[in-house]
Write a new protein. Structure first.
Length: 485
């Protein structure tokens, strides 16, 4: 897409955006930016073998932010006519002037002398490499996807006689984004996102079990293939025997092996949020003031990455116009970086990391994760499991709760097994894993060589919703509390 395409989409000129910035700074603000958004999205639902409903929505508007000292003002308009946008700019200026908010703008200089007036020098990757899109969602009729949904439901039903009900959903869309700020930076992005979810109820002997599988990618409509339906159907019925056999084990303190892939949600919730710089700037995180300290064993690297091609959490630019990048939060066991937006980066005197994200133009950007994972270690998954005499292996979590300040977490385990004498034995269910994030990091004694990024429909809900992803190799934590019988 050309710059002209975005200017035409939002019916605005460079000169008009400069006028909006001037209005936003008219009460003495230090920095201002404008975020334009045009999002189209569609939704199709399969129930009882038929596509039962569908929907289409459009979201369009612009948000204007003003930073003044310690204060932030934000206002938005649901159209991009100059009259309404100027009203929003003036409102944001007034809010920043009188706000009691604690967002830190750029008049204070950090230890490297950087402030909000510094232009970013990072270079973005190409849209083609990050968002491969051969077929635009906007140019594909919804009717073209009906056979896929019906095929997905039929394939799942044909693979297991215990399937009682299948509900499948396809959600897809594109967002055109344009950002302009008081530094004169203009950035534009078109972000595709397609998501497929299948929820299945199984019944046997008067009992029922359920399983949900999903896929989500920042790519075009070419992701909707028979191969994807086959892959998801096989995953949907995989492990159902074990779920019917699973029992609740005895609880207590014991080693826990986290399986590769979806177990990365524990890394996201229990540790990733504590690395977000707004929590650390305000002294609310258990990791506040610990930059440069060793927090886990050497050889452990924890990453938040906005540059994985087609990944749900990928951002060519974040929602402040900072190019997406790969950020090592932990490098070789040492706390290396927080996740920064422009505000926190100016406060700490470092460069932004591309983590300023927002749900839509109606929201102020805040530090958020993208794709959060632990990089490979050197151990094989088999050796990790065989090293445990008695413990629990878990590979799917849900319903996690985390206290950012203390680092304490609780996660419900949906799928796992006992480990007895180095072997996976009885399937387990209805247990909680309880621990403390920093302590769990310190207690990681082995990291596998089988990193898997989970491509499910992960959505993070920190004040606002944001599309994210997570991953992890097989990891051994030497002691966590398992809440069982």
């Amino acid at each position: 897409m050309t710059e002209k395409y975005y200017l035409d989409t939002f019916s605005v000129t460079i000169r008009q955006m400069e006028d909006l910035i001037s209005a936003a700074l008219s009460r003495g603000g230090d920095f201002a930016d404008i975020y334009f958004e045009y999002t189209t999205g569609s939704d199709l639902l399969l129930r009882d073998g038929e596509v039962a409903s569908g929907g289409f929505n459009i979201d369009y508007g612009a948000g204007i932010r003003v930073l003044k000292g310690e204060k932030t003002g934000y206002a938005y308009s649901e159209d991009t006519g100059m009259r309404n946008m100027l009203s929003a700019a003036r409102a944001a200026a007034m809010i920043a002037e009188g706000s009691s908010g604690h967002g830190h703008a750029g008049t204070r200089r950090g230890k490297t002398g950087q402030n909000m007036t510094a232009r970013t020098e990072a270079q973005p990757l190409s849209a083609e490499s990050l968002y491969p899109m051969q077929m635009e969602w906007r140019q594909t009729e919804a009717s073209a996807f009906l056979p896929f949904l019906k095929s997905l439901g039929e394939k799942i039903g044909a693979m297991d006689s215990r399937v009682a009900k299948v509900t499948a959903r396809l959600s897809y869309g594109q967002s055109d984004i344009m950002m302009f700020n008081s530094l004169g930076e203009l950035t534009c992005d078109t972000r595709p996102l397609g998501s497929v979810t299948a929820s299945v109820i199984f019944t046997s002997g008067g009992r029922s079990e359920n399983k949900t599988v999903s896929r989500s990618f920042r790519t075009g409509a070419e992701m909707i293939t028979d191969a994807l339906a086959e892959e998801m159907a096989r995953e949907a019925v995989s492990g159902i025997d074990e779920r019917f056999e699973a029992r609740r084990p005895k609880g207590g303190q014991m080693p826990v092996v986290m399986g590769a892939g979806a177990s990365g949600i524990l890394l996201h919730e229990a540790m990733g949020h504590a690395f977000e710089a707004d929590f650390n700037r305000k002294g609310q995180s258990i990791f506040s003031g610990r930059m440069g300290e060793r927090i886990c064993a050497s050889g452990i690297d924890i990453v938040d990455d906005g540059t994985i091609p087609a990944n749900r959490g990928t951002c060519r630019y974040d929602d402040e116009g900072i190019p997406g990048q790969k950020t090592w939060m932990v490098k070789d066991g040492v706390l290396n970086s927080y996740l920064h937006d422009r505000i926190s980066a100016a406060w700490f005197g470092v460069s932004p990391t591309g983590n300023g994200r927002r749900e839509s133009f109606r929201f102020n950007p805040i530090p958020r994760m993208r794709a959060t994972y632990m990089e490979n270690g050197s151990a094989s998954p088999e050796d990790i499991i065989s090293s445990v005499r008695k413990g629990i292996y878990v590979d799917e979590f849900s319903n996690g709760q985390v206290k950012i300040g203390e680092g304490d977490f609780t996660f419900y385990v949906k799928s796992g097994r006992l480990i007895e004498d180095g072997r996976l034995t009885m399937p387990v269910k209805d247990i909680n894993i309880i621990g403390n994030g920093p302590q769990a990091l310190a207690d990681m004694t082995a990291v596998g060589n089988d990193l898997k990024i989970d491509n499910g429909t992960w959505t993070c809900g920190k004040e606002q919703s944001a599309a994210v992803s997570c991953g992890i190799p097989t990891v051994l934590i030497k002691s966590l509390t398992v809440g069982g019988e």
